[in-house]
Design a protein around this ligand. Structure first.
Ligand code: PLP
Length: 425
């Protein structure tokens, strides 16, 4: 038995499924998850000492790679001065100012400890601001595990949803309408029927939790127009896309101004941190200024803020996103070309530093299309890559991430490994 397998057996005795977040368990691809001992730059080492080039990057946060020296130093220095105060600090004001400066739609921002907290709070705020209960989300988009968001489509067209998790009250799920991603007409129909009672639309402006699905520009534009028309709050959930797809996040890339935005992952530089913010008139409804309650003992934690500050400063270096975008595109173009040469039904695409690989002839544009891709082919490819020392997300329904630490040689080695796997069939 490998050390990974031993640890997995041991973990399962005390931690449900052996993991502290379900996709880590490798259920989708099979086999024992890799327990990591160490990471540096683009590489990670597992409990058996095997080295991998990592394309998960802690599911997105590690845009500078593992154990970035500047980030680690800043966290160490912050730790020496105190781990938490439960009182304001200068550094969190600096981070808030940076966020507001980089993302023009955000006039005010509040820091929290995770992406889930950010989206839950933004939804409550949208409901409190509008005095309405209904929310609209899109199938396949993930917005953390808040009750109102763990909802699947109802049985009829434009009917409200059912819980997608046990423990979510049906009474709550019935306020969530689940529509198809990239379906602007579906959204128009929903607003025609439910516009008066809809508090908000929440969307991943580039979907990254059903593999990567790129938005059709008319979809995001229709969303902005309909929310304005009907007095609903448009929430861009940029927990994954924030500072990942470009310097102004997805809203900068596509030129759409949401009312509220949520952040996580990259903004915490690998430490637990989230943020939500947006229009001043909406943000002023939060306690202690307004009637919408939201709080957190560790919110604005000094270690997380220190990591976030360094990360946001480093990604502002001239050409940072041009280089990251080009590198990620080289990877997906190389993979797609190799597959084509070998006659494998495969496609790939990227947006900034995130990418999707699909065992489908063309990149999917909806949840239904991604579900129709060849999951078994992905699983075989995943395990062959893993054996070869390349760590991809352990599911056909997750996006991948490239960091600034990945070298051209790392990318070339990854393409060469995939080519050999495609060639072997
Ligand atoms: C990861 C993610 C979340 C949840 O963030 P956590 O920090 O895991 O709670 C929410 N929305 C999107 C788009 C995400 O990718």
């Amino acid at each position: 038995m490998t050390r990974n397998e031993e640890l997995f057996l041991r973990a399962q005795k005390t931690i449900p499924g052996g993991v502290n977040s379900p996709v880590r368990a490798f259920r989708s691809v099979g086999g024992a998850p890799r327990f990591f001992a160490r990471g540096a730059g683009p590489r990670v080492w597992d409990a058996d000492g095997k080295e991998y080039i990592d394309y998960v990057g802690s599911w997105g946060p590690l845009i500078l790679g593992h154990a970035d020296a500047d980030t680690v130093r800043a966290v160490q220095e912050a730790a020496m001065k105190g781990l938490s105060f439960g009182a304001p600090t200068e550094a969190e004001v600096e981070l808030a100012e940076l966020l507001v400066q980089r993302v023009p739609s955000m006039e005010m921002v509040r820091l929290v400890s995770s992406g889930t907290e950010a989206t839950m709070s933004a939804i409550r705020l949208a409901r409190g601001f509008t005095g309405r209960d209904a929310i609209i989300k899109f199938e396949g988009c993930y917005h953390g595990h808040g009750d109102s968001l763990l909802v699947k489509a109802g049985s009829g067209l434009l009917t409200f949803g059912n819980p997608s998790s046990a423990g979510v009250p049906a009474d709550l799920a019935q306020h969530t309408l689940v529509l198809d991603y990239n379906d602007a007409q579906g959204l128009r129909d929903a607003f025609a029927k439910h516009g008066k009672t809809t508090a908000c639309v929440i969307v991943e402006p580039v979907a990254g939790n059903m593999n990567l699905i790129a938005p059709k520009p008319e979809f995001l534009a229709a969303m902005r127009e309909l929310c304005t028309q009907h007095g609903a709050v448009l929430i861009f959930d940029e927990v994954m896309t924030g500072f990942r797809v470009g310097p102004g996040s997805a809203q900068g890339l596509y030129g759409i101004t949401p009312d509220l935005s949520t952040f996580g992952k990259v903004v915490g530089g690998g430490m637990p941190l989230g943020a939500f913010g947006g229009r001043r008139d909406i943000m002023e409804k939060i306690a202690p200024l307004g009637p919408v309650y939201q709080a957190g003992t560790l919110s604005g934690n000094p270690l997380s803020v220190a990591a976030g500050l360094v990360t946001l400063k480093k990604v502002a270096a001239p050409g940072f996103y041009d280089a990251l975008t080009a590198k990620t595109k080289t990877l997906v173009d190389g993979l797609a070309a190799a597959a084509k040469k070998r006659g494998v039904k495969f496609s790939a695409q990227s947006v900034g530093g995130m990418f999707g690989v699909y065992f489908a002839a063309t990149p999917p544009t909806s949840y239904a299309e991604i579900m129709a891709s060849d999951k078994e082919a992905f699983n075989r490819f995943f395990h062959a890559m893993l054996d070869g020392g390349f760590y991809l997300a352990p599911s056909a329904f997750e996006a991948g991430f490239v960091s600034a630490a990945h070298s051209d040689a790392d990318i070339a080695a990854t393409i060469a490994a995939a080519d050999a796997i495609f060639a072997a069939g």
